[in-house]
Design a protein around this ligand. Structure first.
Ligand SMILES: Cc1cc2nc3c(=O)[nH]c(=O)nc-3n(C[C@H](O)[C@H](O)[C@H](O)COP(=O)(O)OP(=O)(O)OC[C@H]3O[C@@H](n4cnc5c(N)ncnc54)[C@H](O)[C@@H]3O)c2cc1C
Length: 479
């Protein structure tokens, strides 16, 4: 049978891969698996070294998994359209299959490629795989995309109940003679012009399944069972940590949904709320993908365009302090240092630092959006943009602009023992709980006793929250 190309993008797995399974079926297993390092993305403003390293680790695992099945991953670097046309010609393949991606860049690229392949007489088929619900599968009664999460999520759950999820096995693949001769070697991070000291969790299909197995084990005290409450406590590992895997597709969202549904069948009532809350997060993921797809202007400006008139102060020194985790607000600093060290940040912390950047430092949310994309291992244009616009009060479902997080009380509420701060801000390690989120009120004697001089070893707050809160209300009030 004539071979087909499966073009891997953000679906770096063999298990439950819709387009790969279809390519194997339609070619009798004669699939040429291909991954292309897209120069446009590698040079883009959102490129993040930790995410690229995770990608390389995941590719390494994919290469090994394919090799076990007698197949070879063909790696290329360059313009995807040119590379695919070259591979099709050199291998006398009949077409290319891939799983759809929905960012404006991906949509434009894939539409052009589909057209070019058809013009050249090849097959080009794309599949729903990244999301549970396709972009037009859930609409309002008058056929419009949802702009508010709650009714969207209700329909999302109904859709899930009606259709269920099917998880596909690893397809049978046959070696395609000579495919390996077309491949470049797997580049290193440095080969791609990037470096990082961030230490993220490892990439690959196996680690993803291990995380899911542990998280959905009902016997584990900190798992999907306790998710509803534990997910907000900054110092606890109370969430799945699957975000980078879902970002690059080392696990399918259907596998995650199925594991949650299986847990639901075995769960006692208190655990059910945790499982349902977690499924709700997967609905948020779909929700933001469809927002970006239907409203691509959000990558340039506010979802609600009136907020494009906000006049941000954009103080470069304050931005540098925020990036470095040196604002003098311990929970903000711990969060930013977690990001800088681990390429990941707790969701509650993301909300706190995003609110702080926009509403305390009066800095454009797009500065924070870009910094996150460049440093998060799970950096995703849809979820990240959605999160930032939510925090800035400019997006769908936005936190109303007058609701401004107080970084001190957020710290006291979600890190009551200060363990999160102690982990990432060693200067404050010996400070007792009662001063942990307000170290600047310590007397000089206390500062000496607890081994930290405020303004010397650890910064005084770079702004006064009370003052900035008023200024933010004025700024937003003007538009
Ligand atoms: C300002 C800001 C920026 C964010 N940037 C990103 C980002 O770039 N990439 C990203 O994946 N998430 C982002 N989030 C959402 C969320 O913080 C992360 O998905 C979550 O912290 C990842 O950890 P986890 O895998 O343990 O999540 P869990 O709590 O275990 O959730 C399971 C999965 O659901 C999805 N999810 C959870 N919360 C959200 C959400 N609010 N929006 C969309 N999907 C969600 C993720 O895929 C996540 O892995 C952002 C949130 C905010 C407030």
């Amino acid at each position: 049978m004539t071979p087909l190309i499966h073009w891997f993008r953000r679906d770096l797995r063999l298990r439950d891969n819709t387009a790969l399974a279809a390519a194997a079926r339609d070619s009798g297993g004669a699939v040429i698996p291909v991954f292309i390092f897209d120069e446009t993305l590698l040079r883009g403003r959102f490129v993040g070294a930790a995410r690229v390293r995770f990608l390389l680790e995941s590719l390494e695992a994919l290469i090994a998994a394919l090799r076990e099945r007698g197949s070879t991953l063909v790696l290329c670097r360059g313009n995807p359209q040119q590379e695919l046309l070259r591979l099709l010609a050199e291998h006398h393949a009949s077409g290319v299959y891939w799983n759809r991606d929905y960012s404006p860049y991906a949509v434009a690229r894939d539409t052009a490629i589909k057209q070019a392949l058809h013009n050249a007489g090849y097959r080009a088929r794309s599949f729903k795989d990244l999301v549970v619900c396709e972009m037009d599968e859930i609409t309002t009664n008058d056929g419009q995309p949802y702009k508010v999460y709650t009714p969207y999520a209700r329909r999302w759950h109904q859709h899930l109940i009606a259709t269920g999820v099917q998880v596909a096995d690893v397809p049978d693949l046959r070696p395609v003679v000579g495919a390996e001769t077309l491949s470049i070697a797997l580049p290193t991070l440095v080969d791609l012009g990037l470096t990082t000291t961030q230490q993220a969790l490892p990439g690959g299909e196996q680690p993803a399944h291990e995380l899911l197995r542990t998280f959905t084990d009902l016997q584990q005290p900190l798992s999907i069972v306790s998710y509803k409450e534990a997910r907000n406590l900054l110092a606890l590992p109370g969430t799945s940590r699957l975000s980078a895997h879902l970002r690059l597709g080392t696990i399918s969202v259907r596998t995650c949904v199925q594991a949650a549904q299986n847990a639901l069948h075995r769960a006692t009532p208190p655990a059910v709320v945790g499982i349902e809350a977690w499924l709700g997060e997967l609905a948020w993921r779909d929700f933001y993908v469809q927002i970006l797809y239907h409203f691509p202007h959000v990558l340039r400006g506010a979802f609600k365009p009136q907020y494009d008139a906000l006049v941000w102060e954009n103080d470069a020194d304050l931005f540098a302090a925020w990036c470095a985790g040196r604002t003098g607000y311990p929970v903000v600093d711990a969060a930013m240092r977690q990001l800088n060290h681990e390429a990941w940040m707790h969701n509650r912390a993301r909300m706190i630092v995003a609110s702080f950047l926009t509403k305390d430092l009066l800095i454009d949310w797009r500065w924070g959006e870009r910094y996150f994309m460049q440093h998060l291992v799970d950096g995703d244009p849809a979820a990240n943009n959605g999160g930032w616009q939510w925090a800035a009060g400019t997006g769908t479902d936005a936190q109303p602009f007058f609701r401004i997080f107080n970084p001190t009380s957020q710290g006291q509420k979600f890190d009551p023992q200060g363990d999160y701060v102690r982990r990432y801000v060693p200067e404050l390690a010996a400070v007792p709980d009662k001063y942990m989120h307000t170290p600047w009120i310590m007397s000089e004697a206390d500062q000496r006793r607890y081994g930290v001089r405020i303004g010397h070893d650890y910064p005084v707050p770079v702004v006064d929250h009370k003052v900035q809160r008023k200024r933010a209300l004025e700024l937003y009030g003007r538009v």
